[in-house]
Design a protein around this ligand. Structure first.
Ligand SMILES: *[C@@H]1O[C@H](CO)[C@@H](O)[C@H](O)[C@H]1NC(C)=O
Ligand SMILES: *[C@@H]1O[C@H](CO)[C@@H](O)[C@H](O)[C@H]1NC(C)=O
Ligand SMILES: CC(=O)N[C@H]1CO[C@H](CO)[C@@H](O)[C@@H]1O
Length: 524
């Protein structure tokens, strides 16, 4: 049944006053009403919820990780595996995706790094070591993407939970996996090394570090193999992070360039001088190519070059976030979260998704299509406008908001707030102006181009609004989780109930990342 959008949105706004009969796959109770939220002390409630949900999310994330996770134990899951979701049927996500696993493990490295000597960190260390050796084994296993001789096997996107290749037809190769895995393992290596100062020069260190990085060619260590793969294959086309279209992708190239920049530093530490130069050189070429992803006519970045799609995509946010330098040297980042290109792309994506999904519209406001009047507020964000995957199959209604994309929008804003605040300096250019105008649309302040600092009122309002809008995005997440704090993949565009793979590992990881970024900015 297709109803006009207007009718659907009316249905939604009043839905909570009727009792909605349970639909299949309903596991959360949705309350999408902004008016209702405004009657509560939003900040206070959100604060308490975040504190609780942070523990819940970590617990539910670890449940999907072997060894030890309660959803994977006794089910033939190889140690070091991250299952994408415990869902084995309708949809079947009972696999390890190289991308999802690397991103999940990266969240665990963050937690490890925050207190390396704690007992939790020693447990995490066991998991991360198991991950590294399993990945090394997976790299060397022939699979439908190729063999290890020419490293083409590294482009394989997903494996069975016991670490064996998945043989069915799929969107392959996907070239972001090796870059993300290298980034995660390089960070772990740095953090491990930093917390074991004497270890580096000990006898056992050679064996330990050798599994991760060794100059030897052909590569026999997990990070070296990934860096060789990325540096030699980045200019070949592959499938995007949503596994649907083949081409040249923003997300893939962003993480590729970052892995080679960090890889170059690591190669130098191990005296692999020629490789260090080669990785840096290739990273430079990728960064040049990334300039082509800014489309001045559209006024935003595009996720895939020469694609028929609009190019607006949650992959733009994820690419920016996962390509940030981890050592805090912000200056050299390409398209960091606070760049004008990312912020106006987030604005354009948010505008699209607000009008696309009934749960995002406000009953109290007329839908105003005038660009100048658009007020930037936190809503549910999905993958991209043309999406037709509804969590179970393709739908003529189109896609839905995703937890991980909504959390990532929040993280972009928190990171921008922290950056601006630390720099004590904000330059608003012609390109970024529409974002800042929309951000301050509800305030009485006028925004114009120029450079602003702590002596300007607008500077403080911007930092405050960035945080408040980030909180609005997390408040949407809060609204759509179930009573236990579980997150699936999506929430329904009309009813707000959760949809798709239950307990999606990446949903928890993205939430935890957003909360970490929030904690940083709150602590300034
Ligand atoms: C490990 O730390 C030592 C100093 O304790 C440093 O000299 C070395 O470069 C570090 N190694 C890596 C891989 O970061
Ligand atoms: C602020 O940024 C502008 C433009 O990037 C720069 O010229 C100026 O020196 C910066 N001011 C401070 C105080 O850092
Ligand atoms: C697919 C792809 O990215 N191709 C690029 C390979 O490198 C040349 C030269 O730098 C580019 O022109 C292509 O677009």
């Amino acid at each position: 049944m297709l109803l006009p959008i207007v009718l659907l949105s009316h249905f939604v706004h009043y839905a909570y006053t009727f009792s909605i009969p349970p639909l299949p796959h309903l596991n959360s109770f949705a309350s999408a009403s902004h008016t209702q939220q405004q009657q509560q002390p939003l900040q206070e409630t959100l604060e308490a919820w975040i504190e609780k949900e942070e523990r819940v999310a970590l617990d539910k994330l670890l449940a999907n990780v072997a060894p030890g996770g309660r959803n994977v134990v006794g089910k033939g899951v190889a140690d070091g595996t991250v299952v994408a979701s415990p869902s084995q049927d309708g949809p079947d996500y009972w696999y390890q995706w190289v991308r999802d696993a690397a991103i999940t493990m990266s969240s665990l490295v963050d937690i490890y790094a925050s207190d390396p000597t704690s007992s939790r960190s020693s447990q995490l260390s066991t998991i991360l070591d198991a991950y590294a050796s399993l990945q090394r084994q997976i790299q060397q296993t022939s699979n439908p993407s190729g063999t290890f001789d020419d490293l083409s096997s590294l482009g394989e996107p997903k494996f069975a939970v016991d670490g064996t290749p998945f043989k069915g037809s799929w969107g392959r190769p996907q070239r972001d996996g090796p870059a993300l895995r290298a980034l995660t393992l390089m960070r772990y290596l740095r953090e491990y090394n930093a917390s074991h100062p004497a270890f580096w020069s000990s006898i056992e260190a050679t064996d330990f570090f050798g599994q991760y990085y060794e100059a030897a060619m052909p590569p026999n260590s997990v990070i070296k193999a990934d860096l060789e793969y990325v540096s030699h294959y980045w200019n070949h086309s592959g499938f995007d992070l949503w596994e649907e279209i083949e081409g040249s992708h923003f997300f893939t190239l962003m993480v590729s360039a970052r892995s080679l920049r960090d890889g170059s530093d690591l190669a130098s530490v191990f005296g692999d001088v020629g490789a260090a130069e080669w990785y840096d050189e290739q990273a430079g070429y990728i960064e040049n190519l990334l300039r082509k992803f800014w489309n001045p006519k559209k006024g935003h970045l595009v996720e895939t070059l020469w694609s028929k799609r609009s190019g607006l995509d949650c992959g733009l946010l994820l690419g920016s976030l996962h390509a940030l330098p981890t050592d805090g040297t912000d200056d050299e980042a390409v398209y960091p979260p606070w760049s004008d290109e990312i912020l106006v792309s987030l604005l354009a994506l948010t505008r699209d998704q607000r009008d696309r999904f009934p749960i995002n519209s406000k009953p109290s406001e007329d839908q105003d299509d005038d660009a100048d009047e658009f007020s930037f507020e936190g809503i549910g964000i999905g993958r991209y406008p043309e999406d037709v995957y509804d969590g179970y199959g393709t739908s003529h209604r189109g896609g839905n908001p995703w937890f991980l994309c909504t959390s990532s929008a929040a993280e972009i804003l928190y990171r921008t707030a922290a950056h601006v605040s630390i720099a004590s300096n904000l330059t608003i250019s012609e390109i970024g102006l529409p974002f800042y105008e929309a951000l301050l649309a509800t305030s009485s302040l006028d925004v114009e181009t120029g450079t602003f600092g702590p002596s300007d009122a607008v500077f403080h309002s911007i930092i405050e609004r960035l945080q408040a809008t980030g909180d609005q995005f997390l408040d949407v997440v809060k609204t759509h989780v179930d009573t236990e704090g579980s997150m699936s993949e999506q929430f329904d565009r009309v009813t707000g109930y959760m949809r798709g793979a239950e307990d999606l590992t990446w949903s928890y990881g993205a939430f935890l990342q957003a909360v970490r970024a929030r904690t940083v900015v709150k602590g300034l």
